[in-house]
Structure formats: C-alpha cells, structure tokens
Design a protein around this ligand. Structure first.
Ligand code: CA
Length: 231
C-alpha cells in the first residue's frame, strides 16, 4: 500500500481513479488545484504524487518545478498531450514517469508500484535540505548558501527564510510571519517584519525594487519564489 496524492481537476477522471486506486489498496488523497496540491504534498508527505498537467490555476509543469524545488517525492505525470517533446520535457523537469490519457486505474497502479520499487524517495528523506533555485537551506545545521556561497544569517533571519521556504510560491502575510517566526500576536508591529526582510534581502544580494527570491506583495505580505533565471 502507498499513500498517494492525486492532483487532478477533472471530476470525471478523479473520481474513478481515486476509487480504482483505493480498491487496489492505496490510501488516496485528492486535490483539484495546483496550489492545494502543492500544500497537500508538503503537509501530508505522500509516498507518490500523480500530477495532471492541465490544471486550472497553474500549468502542471510549473507546479512540478515548484514541487521539485522543495521535495524529492516521486511524481507520475498524467498528460493528455501525447507528444514526445512534452513527455521529454516533464521527465527532464523531474517527473519519475508519465501516463497518457485516457488511462485506467490498473495502468496507473502498475506505474505507481514500478516507481516505488525503484527505491526510497519521498520527502521524509534523511536530508531535509530545502533547495529553491540557487538557495540551499539546511534546517539541521541552520546554514544557508546561495549559488554555492555561504550566507551568514542571524537566527531570526534564518527562521524567517525557512518559514518562507516551507511556503514557496505562496504569499505569506506579515501576520503569519509575526505569529510563526516571532511568536507574537499581530499588533501593528509589521515594521519588524519589514526591517528583517530588508536585512535578509541585502544578504541575498537583492532589493525590494529588484527582487529575485523575495517578492513583496503590497499590502499583503511576501512570497519566496524560484527566480526565472535559476530555473
Ligand atoms: Ca485537467
């Protein structure tokens, strides 16, 4: 039995697949959008993700890139696009295997078992290092490097960066940062967050005006992203 996460927006595909995979003994969770799928993949740590490429909120390949930046969980891509270029592209982007629609639960189950047989993977791996583009964050040693160069951070800056890294691609509010990183309730103290963010930016060699990793979303919060150039 494996714990599977199926990210698929089409109910007419999702429902029979979930049922078919459960009948084959797997524990199956499902998500209908890329962003809920990414969240579930990080929170629930499934053994394997089945990812539809055509999702409403984000291209599945983009989601694969984001997932790969933070996780080694095996991914099988489900694609309607039966063309070789597309398949090569998703395999290059870090997919472990693919299935072309339409496919049955039995076929998918066989692929799942084959991928899982290849060995341990999954985000419960021994190495919890988070890799976001050229940024490496090691929570054990609390060390950070950028493009291979060590970055010296204060404990608070490290906690701030690590928290943003667990939510890569998502806008994190200052309220959440104050609660989670500073463990103080929100009370107009968001200047504290601004100040630490600006220090962190400087250490990462960027600015609010010319962001690479840390993007301010005015009036809302901040988002850590994989810069385009870092792929
Ligand atoms: Ca779809």
């Amino acid at each position: 039995m494996a714990r599977l996460l199926l990210i698929e927006d089409d109910l007419t595909i999702r429902t029979p697949l979930v049922r078919g995979l459960r009948e084959r003994g797997h524990a199956v969770a499902a998500a209908s959008t890329a962003m809920t799928g990414l969240r579930d993949a990080l929170d629930d740590r499934p053994d394997l993700v089945v990812l539809d490429l055509g999702l409403p909120d984000l291209d599945g390949r983009e989601l694969l890139r984001m997932l790969r930046a933070v996780s080694a969980v095996p991914v099988i891509v489900a694609t309607a696009r039966d063309d070789e270029t597309e398949i090569v592209r998703v395999l290059d982007a870090g997919a472990d295997d693919y299935v072309v629609k339409p496919f049955t639960a039995a076929q998918l189950d066989a692929r799942v078992r084959a991928v899982l047989r290849r060995g341990p993977g999954g985000i419960a791996d021994a190495d919890p290092t988070m890799v976001i583009g050229g940024l490496r964050i090691d929570p054990r040693s609390r060390q950070v490097s950028l493009d291979g160069e060590p970055v010296e951070l204060t404990p608070r800056e490290f906690d701030l960066l690590r928290h943003l890294a667990t939510r890569v691609g998502e806008v994190v509010t200052k309220r959440e940062l104050l609660t989670e990183v500073w463990q103080i309730p929100y009370g107009g103290a968001d200047k504290t967050v601004d100040v630490h963010l600006s220090w962190l930016r400087r250490k990462l060699g960027e600015s609010a005006q010319q962001p690479r990793y840390l993007h301010t979303v005015r009036g809302v919060g901040v988002r850590l992203v994989v810069p385009e150039a870092a792929g």
